[in-house]
Design a protein around this ligand. Structure first.
Ligand code: AMP
Length: 119
């Protein structure tokens, strides 16, 4: 079932340049920026440019080509930080019961020591 996307969520504002963010990587498919509340030595957020609520919504609303392009960009973004292929993890909270707090799909990119468990 499709979910309603709130155009005023904080990540939508970051994408439109209406809210601040420390942007680290950007291309046609995604934006990567620092989280305001890091729980690991490296903790970045990666968001698709498409207005989708969560992973289920992304899979429902995007074409296979768009999904493929997004994940190719995830790898480029991770490598742009100097991370190697054997030292990072990706996680996404799908829905409020899983701990999702911002309802624009985002992946937590984590590396190094993890200090907390909220992702
Ligand atoms: P989640 O609980 O999976 O929805 O994760 C939300 C993430 O967004 C957490 O890492 C928050 O610290 C982060 N966050 C919330 N607001 C902002 C913001 N304005 N700029 C950067 N990160 C944010």
């Amino acid at each position: 079932m499709s979910k309603t996307y709130d155009n005023n969520n904080i990540f939508a504002k970051i994408l439109r340049g209406e809210a601040p963010a420390n942007k680290l990587y950007e291309d046609d498919n995604l934006l990567m920026f620092d989280t305001i509340d890091p729980i690991a030595d490296v903790h970045k957020l990666l968001i698709p440019k498409k207005p989708v609520v969560d992973l289920n919504d992304f899979i429902e609303k995007c074409t296979e080509e768009e999904i493929g392009k997004f994940f190719k960009s995830v790898k480029k973004a991770a490598f742009s930080l100097g991370l190697k292929e054997n030292e990072y993890k990706l996680s996404t909270n799908c829905g409020e019961l899983a701990g999702q707090a911002v309802f624009h799909l985002h992946f937590h990119l984590l590396a190094g020591k993890i200090h907390g468990h909220n992702t």
